[in-house]
Design a protein around this ligand. Structure first.
Ligand code: C5P
Length: 318
């Protein structure tokens, strides 16, 4: 006899992101900054398994050496918050036990926590049979954090507002990355605050609201053409100076990426992960090999774009 979705555990996977472009406007009254960003989803991912339970609980483990010691297991945990929010809004009376397997570095600027929330929404939606659909799940995602809608949608997208208003971008090729992870994470609010501080100290006056201009057009053209060299020339991150100010060793990682032959490099989001672009998959493997001599196991290869949060069929069929 087949088991109903409400009885069988459901596993969902959600991707990490890198920001190909991140333009930061002034700080708003709600503490957020208006952004103009281009996200790309990478094949580093978070798996969340939701199992039937009376109450709500979460456990977390790390894959590939991801250190999960800093991940909270109480109501600050984003996967747990996602499950609680969905249950409340959809009027679900059941609970769920969530088992999170993290393949994305914690506090690395790659939206690992946001991917947990996106995967938990999708897994619990399937577990409870709430079938909210992508538009309603996207609204819940935006309540959970600025990057959660993108982790739900995946692929490549322009983000505006807090980064949560998304428009898909056409891409015609896979792009190959080498990631240099960092031992200690950076706090996203601290990096945004440092960006504000550096701007004020530089006397530049309040930053203008980011506008869809030349930089965005250059990124979109490179993506449409599937041209990694053109993409490398167009990459940009307004938070990079702030991340390097708080973690000066990132400047060295960027330099060693350039010396080792990367097309271009940038800090991913608020950092501290450094993302280096390669011309092809073999080039990415060669680049990673050279960088491992200096940075050891903290060097990973990745590619994008990949899909957003989804139930894993093989697990669902069990
Ligand atoms: O939405 P999320 O919880 O991921 O954001 C974490 C923090 O990052 C925010 O509290 C804010 O300090 C900063 N942030 C921002 N502007 C954005 C996104 C995040 O200032 N657009």
């Amino acid at each position: 006899m087949s088991r109903s979705p409400a009885q069988a555990p459901v596993t969902a996977r959600a991707p990490a992101k890198v920001n190909l472009l991140l333009e930061v406007g002034p700080r708003r009254d709600d503490g957020y900054h208006d952004l103009l960003t281009v996200f790309q989803a990478l094949d580093l991912s978070e798996d969340v398994t939701a199992s039937p339970a009376r109450g709500f609980s979460v456990e977390v483990s790390g894959e590939d050496g991801v250190d999960v010691s800093g991940v909270p297991l109480d109501e600050r945990n984003l996967a747990l918050r996602a499950a609680l929010l969905l249950a409340e809004r959809a009027g679900v009376r059941a609970g769920a036990h969530l088992s999170v397997r993290k393949g994305v570095p914690v506090a690395g600027g790659m939206a690992g926590g946001s991917a947990d929330a996106a995967a938990a929404l999708v897994a619990c939606d399937a577990l409870w049979g709430t079938r909210l659909g992508l538009p309603a799940l996207t609204e819940l995602a935006a309540e959970l954090g600025a990057d959660v809608p993108f982790c739900l949608h995946g692929r490549t997208a322009v983000g505006t507002g807090r980064g949560d208003r998304l428009v898909p971008v056409l891409t015609t090729a896979a792009f190959h990355w080498v990631l240099v992870l960092h031992g200690a994470g950076l706090s996203t609010p601290a990096v945004f605050a440092e960006c504000d501080r550096l701007r004020a100290a530089g006397g530049a006056g309040p930053a203008a609201a980011p506008e869809a201009g030349e930089r965005l057009r250059a990124v979109e053209a490179a993506l449409r053409a599937g041209d990694p060299r053109a993409l490398g020339a167009a990459l940009g991150n307004d938070l990079q100076e702030a991340a390097c100010s708080l973690a000066p060793e990132l400047t060295g990682a960027l330099r060693s990426g350039a010396d080792a032959g990367a097309l271009a490099g940038l800090v991913s989001g608020s950092g501290p992960t450094v993302a280096l672009l390669a011309a092809s998959a073999p080039d990415a493997r060669r680049l990673a090999g050279r960088l491992r001599a200096e940075h050891g196991p903290r060097v990973r290869t990745a590619h994008g774009p990949v899909p957003g949060a989804r139930v894993l069929e093989a697990v669902r069929a069990r």
